[in-house]
Design a protein around this ligand. Structure first.
Ligand code: HEM
Length: 147
């Protein structure tokens, strides 16, 4: 069980209040697919991902980015039990989607970059530290169903 201080929870919520799940989700998933191109193999049903323009304009990437960030937002609402909350989603990624769990860390890292660019000076070292702790909990929770 992860312990969260009131300051950490406040920092994580302050970040999330500024997030636009549609726009920032789109940017996060686009960056994942461009920066780590081998992640494209999981999204073969999404159609054309052959270059950055195609990825950026792909409606399924857009829709899925929103879905992923919405799930992260829900996990923040369940911050005292992220592992329990994400248990089914973890099993789905492990047993149905066969996603290499290393990729959860990559997505979480890309999201930090999107947030830092968006928040600018508001993304202070303390806020980043709280966010990285949440990321670690998120990645651990999503990886849990693999074992
Ligand atoms: C790190 C945070 C992640 C979260 C919160 C997340 C969340 C989700 C959610 C909510 C769904 C929809 C599940 C459903 O329809 O029941 C989903 C589906 C999926 N996810 Fe993830 N995901 C994450 C990371 C990844 C990564 C890193 C990959 C691959 C590189 C991936 C690949 C997929 C695929 C292929 C689907 C099915 C897409 C479709 O056909 O519609 N996910 N994910």
């Amino acid at each position: 069980m992860v312990h969260w201080t009131a300051e950490e929870k406040a920092a994580i919520n302050s970040v999330w209040q500024k997030v636009n799940v549609e726009k920032d989700g789109h940017e996060t998933l686009t960056r994942l697919l461009v920066v780590y191109p081998w992640t494209q193999r999981y999204f073969s049903s999404f159609g054309n991902l052959s270059n950055i323009t195609a990825i950026n304009g792909n409606a399924k990437v857009h829709g899925h980015g929103k879905k992923v960030l919405s799930a992260i937002g829900e996990a923040i609402h369940h911050i005292d039990d992220v592992k329990g909350f994400l248990a089914d989603l973890s099993k789905k990624h492990a047993r149905e989607l066969h996603v290499d769990p290393e990729n959860f860390k990559r997505l979480a890292d890309v999201l930090v970059i999107v947030l830092a660019a968006k928040l600018g000076t508001a993304f202070t070292p303390q806020v980043q530290a709280a966010w990285e702790k949440f990321n670690a909990a998120l990645v651990a929770a999503l990886s849990h169903g693999y074992f």
